[in-house]
Design a protein around this ligand. Structure first.
Ligand SMILES: [Zn+2]
Length: 162
């Protein structure tokens, strides 16, 4: 078998130049660039206060939005596709709290990303509020979420002094 050295070099260069594999599919109205979370701006983005005509599931906490309850409907068009996410007012209040020191829309918490941002923050108050809301609305709290809160709430010991 004859090996074409030039071709091998060319192929190696191609492999090197090939972009990294695509990250797992993101929600339509968000994008992650490297480790820097960013919202990409949707072509159309509206938040409507809506009264639930039937029970819905909040897209942030996973809990129940009861019939007759007012919730926020985040909807619009992103990258040519429509999106429509129902979010309870408790979660959007928490989002406002999370984003209060983030004036740029690019840094703010994308819809359907609240849980990831809250648990990633390591902020006891935010995590407690999110878990409390999940429980209130009948959403499952996973073992690691409960364990993380327990760990954060545990009084800090001064270490084992001899
Ligand atoms: Zn919610």
């Amino acid at each position: 078998m004859v090996v074409d050295t030039d071709l091998v070099i060319l192929l190696q260069q191609c492999v090197k130049a090939r972009p990294k594999p695509a990250p797992p599919r993101r929600k339509r109205n968000e994008i992650t660039k490297e480790n820097n979370r960013m919202c990409e701006i949707a072509e159309v983005y509206k938040i409507d206060k809506t009264k639930a005509r039937k029970p819905h599931k909040c897209r942030e906490c996973g809990g129940v939005i009861a019939k007759g309850e007012i919730y926020n409907r985040h909807h619009g068009v992103f990258d040519g596709s429509g999106f429509d996410s129902r979010v309870c007012l408790d979660c959007d209040a928490l989002r406002a709290e999370v984003d209060k020191d983030k004036p740029s829309v690019y840094d703010q918490t994308c819809v359907e990303e609240l849980g990831e941002v809250v648990f990633g923050s390591g902020n006891t108050g935010l995590i407690r509020a999110f878990i409390t809301n999940k429980r209130k609305r009948g959403a499952p709290v996973t073992d690691w979420q409960a364990a993380l809160l327990e760990e954060l709430e545990r009084p800090k010991t001064q270490g084992d002094a001899p």
